[in-house]
Write a protein that binds this ligand. Sequence first.
Ligand SMILES: Cc1cc2nc3c(=O)[nH]c(=O)nc-3n(C[C@H](O)[C@H](O)[C@H](O)COP(=O)(O)OP(=O)(O)OC[C@H]3O[C@@H](n4cnc5c(N)ncnc54)[C@H](O)[C@@H]3O)c2cc1C
Length: 419
Amino acid sequence: MTDEQSASNAVLVVGGGISGLTAALEAAEVGNDVFIVEKEPTLGGRVSQLNQYFPKLCPPSCGLEINFRRIRDNRRIRTYTMTTVKSVSGTPGNYEVVLETMPRYVNSNCAGCGECAEACPDEVDNSFNFGMNKRKAVYLPHEMAFPRRFVVEKEALSEAGAIAIKKACKYGAIDLDMGVETRTVHVASIVWATGWEPYDANRLTNLKFGQSSSIITNMMMERLASPNGPTNGKILRPGDDKEIESIAFVQCAGSRDENHLEYCSYICCMATFKQMSYVREQYPDAKIYVYYIDLRTPGKYEKFREERMADENAFFVKGKVADILPNEDGGVTVIAENALTAEKMAQKVDMAVLATGMQPTQAIQPMAVDVPTDNNGFILTDAGKGMIAAGCAKKAADVVTCTQSSTAAALKAIQISRR
Ligand SMILES: Cc1cc2nc3c(=O)[nH]c(=O)nc-3n(C[C@H](O)[C@H](O)[C@H](O)COP(=O)(O)OP(=O)(O)OC[C@H]3O[C@@H](n4cnc5c(N)ncnc54)[C@H](O)[C@@H]3O)c2cc1C
C-alpha cells in the first residue's frame, strides 16, 4: 500500500466524466492539488459514447479533448483509472481516503499501437457499444480513450490469447501478473461526480426490449449513429442491417413513472430531437413517429424543437405507449392511445427507440463509503463536511448544467480547503 502525502489543500474528485473533469480542472487551475478517481479504464464518462451533443451538435471530442489536454498539462492533477474509493476517515479539511486500483494488465510502456488486439484471438461483447458488436479481450475502450493505454479483460483471455498478446507487444507492456493496488491520499474535501447509468430497459416489460433486436435504447442509437460505432455511423436495424423507412421514438420509457423513475430525466426529449436529425440526415424520406407525454425542451432548446417539429415526415402522438409487438418481418408494431383524440393506434415501424432516462450510478452501484442520497439515489451535498455532489450524480441534467454545477462544487471544495 502506498501513502501519497499531498498538501492539505487537495481535492478528491470521484468520477472522471465531464462533471468530474470540470470540477478537477477548476480546482487545480486556482492552485489546489487534485486527485481524480475513475472506476473505468478511461476518463470521459457517458459523453464519450454520444455521437453528437446538443445544442451545437458537435462530436464529443470537441469538449473532451480540450479537457484531456488541460489535465495532461496540469501537474497538480493526478488521475487514477480503474480505481474506486474504499474508505474515508477524518474530518473536513483533513480526510484520509483509501483507494483501490484494479489491475489493467498493461503497464505504462504501452504505446497504444494496437498490435496486441490484432493478435488476440479472443472476443467478447463490446460494452461500449451496448453489445451491438464484439471487441477483443485486450482493447482500447474507444478511440478517444485517455489515458491512451490498452487494457486486458483477463477473464475473457484464453491461454493461447495470453501467449499471442505477449508475443505481439514489442514494448513489453503486457503484464498478466499485475495485482490489485491500494493507496492512501490525504485531502481537504471531496467532490462526488459519479454520474448516471441508463435506466434498465429490461424492466419495462410492456416495451419488449430484448425480445426483438429492432427495439433499442436511446444510448444504443447514439452508438449506432457514431462514426466509431458498430456500423461505422450508418443507422441500420440491428439483427438484419435493414435500412430505415420508419422509426418510432418512445418518450418517457420508464421516466415520470412511480414504478420506475419517478422524475423527468431532463434530456430525453432533446436527445430524441437530436436523434431525429441523425435519422433525417441519412434517410430523407423516412417516417418518424414520436410518442410522448409532454415535450420538454426548456429555454434555449425551444428553437431546436421547433425546427424538428416542422419536418413534414415527422408525426407526434401525445400518448403513452402501452405495448410494442415484435413482427415477423423484423419490425415492430407500437400500440398507443392518442390522449388528444382518444384514438387507439397501432403503428408498424422498422424499429423503435426507447428514450430511457438517467439513473444515478449511486442507486445501482453504490460506493463502498456511505454517502447521503435522496429517495432516487441522487447524492446530496454535505457542504459542512466538505463533500459536494456534482453533475448527474446530483440530478439528471445536460452537459451545460453539469459543468455549471461542477464549477460550483469546485468552489465549495476550495473554500473548505482554505478554512
Ligand atoms: C441518450 C442521451 C443523449 C444525451 N445527449 C446529450 C447531448 O446531446 N447534450 C447534452 O448536453 N447532454 C446529453 N446527454 C446527457 C449527458 O450524457 C450528461 O449530462 C453527462 O453524461 C453527465 O456527465 P457526468 O460526468 O455527470 O456523468 P457521467 O458521464 O456518467 O460520468 C460519471 C463518471 O463517473 C464514473 N464513476 C461512477 N461511479 C464511480 C465510482 N464509484 N468510482 C469512480 N468512478 C465512478 C463513471 O465511470 C463515469 O466515468 C444525453 C443523455 C442521454 C441519455
